[in-house]
Design a protein around this ligand. Structure first.
Ligand code: UDP
Ligand code: MG
Length: 349
C-alpha cells in the first residue's frame, strides 16, 4: 500500500535552523515514501523564517507554508498544521532538529504493527540547562501524580499518528490546549520509542522561563480542576488551624500576653489572608479561562499560505483571504507621517 506521510512542524524565528531541516527531513522522508508533505506553520516569526519557507515551497510543492498573523503559540501552530494534513500518516515534530528525522523509520514500523500513536521518549537531553531538565522532571511528576497518570514522562510533542488518531486529535477545539494531555486523554493504542535528544542545530530555545511556566500552568489548568480542589482542602485545614489558634489565644490571655506573641498572631493572620487571596486568584484564573472559552474566538488566524490548496473547514479557525498574493505578514504596525494637513479655514468677518 502506498502511504502518504504528512509532517507538521511549528516554526517561530527559526531562520538559522531551517536550512538543516530542509537538508535532513526530505532525505529521511523520501526513504520511507514517494508521497509526503511538510507543513511548516510559521507562528508569527519576525526574522524572515516565512520568506525562507516560501522560497523553498516555490521550488518544491511538497513543502507547504501556513503563516499566522501573529504569534499564537506552539500548540496553536500544531493545531493549524493538523487541520491541513492530507496524508495517511501524520508526524508532529519540532523544526530545530531536536526531533531527529532518523526516528521516522522505526516510528513507521510501529504504525505498521498496528499502533495508532508512536511517541518518542527522551532518555537524555543535550544542550539544555540543569534547571530546564530538573523543572521538566518535576513537571511530569506533578502531571502524572496529580493530574493524569496516563501522561508519559519525558514524552514531548514528537509523535507519529495514524490518520484516524490525527483526526480525533484535531476534533478538540478548546482554546487552552496541551497536546500531550489530549493524546493521553484519547487513550489510543500507543508505542513508545526511546531516544537521546540532541541539542538544537542552531539558534536559541524559544521557551524562556516565563513561557515555560505559562505552558506548564496551561497544561495543569486545562487538564484538571485539581488546584481548585486543593484550595478547598487548604481552606478546611485553615479552619481547623483557626480553632487551634483561638484556643491558644485564650490560653495566652489567661497566662502572660506579651508583645512577641501578639506579633506572632499578626503574622499568622497575615499568612492566612495571603492564602485566601491566592485561592481567590486561582478561582479567578479558572473563571477567566471559562470567559475566554465562552467567547469562542478562533484558535489562530492564517494570513498567508503557500501550496495549500483549500483552507480546511475546521471550526474555530480563521483563514483570511490569501488569494490576492499580497499576504506579507506585518508583525509590527508600520507608522507613517507626520502627514501635513492644510491649515484650517478661518471664517473671515
Ligand atoms: N515554537 C513555536 N511558537 C512559539 C515557541 C516555539 O512555534 O511561540 C516552535 C519552535 O520553532 C520549535 C518548537 O516550537 O519548532 C519547540 O520550540 P523550542 O525548540 O524553542 O523549545 P525547546 O525544545 O527548547 O523546549
Ligand atoms: Mg527545541
Amino acid at each position: 500500500m502506498i502511504v502518504k506521510i504528512s509532517v507538521v512542524s511549528p516554526v517561530y524565528n527559526e531562520c538559522e535552523v531551517l536550512p538543516y531541516l530542509f537538508e535532513a527531513l526530505p532525505r529521511a522522508l523520501s526513504k520511507l515514501s514517494d508521497h509526503y508533505e511538510i507543513i511548516l506553520v510559521n507562528d508569527g516569526s519576525s526574522d524572515g523564517s516565512d520568506q525562507i519557507i516560501r522560497q523553498r515551497a516555490e521550488l518544491d510543492s511538497r513543502i507547504k507554508l501556513v503563516s499566522f498573523s501573529r504569534n499564537f503559540g506552539q500548540q496553536a501552530a500544531i493545531t493549524a498544521g493538523l487541520d491541513c494534513v492530507t496524508g495517511d500518516i501524520v508526524v508532529v515534530m519540532d523544526c530545530d532538529m531536536q526531533d531527529p528525522p532518523e526516528m521516522l523509520a522505526p516510528m513507521l514500523d510501529k504504525i505498521h504493527e498496528g499502533y495508532d500513536v508512536v511517541s518518542c521518549k527522551r532518555t537524555g537531553r543535550d544542550g539544555e540547562s540543569l534547571f530546564k531538565r530538573w523543572s521538566s522532571t518535576a513537571f511530569y511528576q506533578v502531571m502524572r501524580f496529580g493530574i493524569d497518570k496516563r501522561i508519559e514522562p519525558e514524552v514531548g510533542d514528537f509523535r507519529m499518528y495514524t490518520r484516524r488518531a490525527a483526526d480525533a486529535l484535531r476534533g478538540f477545539r478548546e482554546q487552552h490546549r496541551f497536546m500531550r494531555g489530549l493524546v493521553a486523554w484519547l487513550g489510543l493504542k500507543e508505542a513508545i520509542l526511546l531516544f537521546h535528544r540532541p541539542a538544537r542545530a542552531a539558534g536559541q530555545t524559544k521557551y524562556p522561563l516565563s513561557k515555560l511556566i505559562k505552558l506548564a500552568w496551561t497544561a495543569i489548568a486545562s487538564s484538571s480542576p485539581l488546584p481548585l480542589k486543593a484550595s478547598s482542602y487548604l481552606g478546611a485545614a485553615m479552619l481547623a488551624g483557626s480553632f487551634i489558634a483561638f484556643g491558644c489565644c485564650l490560653i495566652g490571655l489567661v497566662a502572660s500576653w506579651t508583645t512577641t506573641t501578639a506579633l506572632a498572631w499578626i503574622g499568622f493572620l497575615l499568612g492566612l489572608s495571603g492564602i485566601q487571596m491566592s485561592a481567590i486568584g486561582l478561582l479567578g484564573d479558572y473563571v477567566g479561562r471559562v470567559f475566554e472559552e465562552s467567547k469562542q474566538r478562533p484558535l489562530y488566524v492564517v494570513s498567508e499560505v503557500c501550496n495549500i490548496d483549500t483552507s480546511p473547514q475546521q471550526s474555530r479557525a480563521m483563514w483570511l483571504d490569501t488569494t490576492d498574493g499580497s499576504g506579507q505578514v506585518r508583525i509590527e504596525p508600520r507608522i507613517y507621517g507626520p502627514i501635513s494637513l492644510p491649515s484650517p479655514i478661518r471664517k473671515v468677518g
